[in-house]
Design a protein around this ligand. Structure first.
Ligand code: SAH
Length: 220
């Protein structure tokens, strides 16, 4: 395959122009080979600033959105993040370089297994994965000071709100499927929550339950 480094440098400059200026976030993106998270036929396009198909009707998020959300999470090495929607694993890999640990949940077994293989290849040992329904969160590890949901829903899932620590916040796209949604920040206070709209976006929908994957056999 041709050298993707020039594409990567161009992308980083574009993200900076778009407002992703945090050095740690740009560094994390620079050190995370997006091509490894893509199906082979898609790898040449790894540094296009667009979402791309990863199978099971799902997509890897657009680099700008990954940069934007990573920056808005305001992470440091003491924080732990819960991610709903592992997908390709790319967002989780970027986050792992910015915080202490990432817990990530995916409902498609085949996607989760591919993501786990890449985490291993890259030596990302601070990512814990779970095949499950993100609507249920990860109660054993709650509360979380940061939650990121990378699939859209009409309303914030109540169990995720419950698992948010006081003073912490959740970033998630809210809105109807295939229409314009908004990434919102929902902050938990001593008494109640407040919601701010951050950015209009379009994400794949959040779907309840564990998926039955399209490819037949899924050997463990
Ligand atoms: N963060 C991913 C984006 C993947 S797209 C990346 O960087 O590639 C959103 C993902 O959310 C899809 O893989 C989809 O299967 C998953 N998803 C949707 N509903 C879910 C649910 N209820 N629980 C867990 N994962 C879910």
């Amino acid at each position: 395959m041709r050298d993707l480094e020039p594409d990567k440098i161009k992308l980083i400059m574009e993200l900076r122009r778009q407002g992703v200026t945090d050095r740690a976030v740009l560094g994390a993106i620079e050190r995370t080979p997006r091509e490894l998270f893509l199906p082979e036929v898609m790898r040449e396009r790894a540094y296009e600033n667009s979402a791309l198909p990863i199978g099971q009707g799902q997509t890897i998020s657009q680099p700008y959105i990954v940069g934007f959300m990573s920056q808005e999470l305001k992470l440091n090495k003491r924080l732990v993040v819960l991610e709903i929607g592992t997908g390709s694993g790319y967002q989780a890999a970027v986050l792992a370089r910015l915080c202490r640990r990432v817990y990530t949940i995916e409902r498609h077994r085949s996607l989760l297994r591919s993501a786990e293989a890449v985490f291993k290849e890259l030596g990302l040992h601070t990512i814990s994965t779970r095949l499950g329904d993100g609507y249920k969160g990860w109660p054993e590890q709650a509360p979380f000071q940061r939650i990121i949901v990378t699939a859209a829903a009409l309303e914030p899932p109540p169990l995720l709100l419950d698992q948010l620590g006081v003073g912490g916040f959740m970033l998630m796209p809210l809105g109807p499927t295939w229409e314009t949604q908004n990434i919102v920040r929902i902050t938990r206070h001593e008494s109640g929550y407040d919601t701010e709209e951050l950015l209009p976006v379009r994400f794949v929908p959040m779907v309840p339950g564990i998926a039955v994957d399209e490819s037949a056999a899924q050997p463990e």
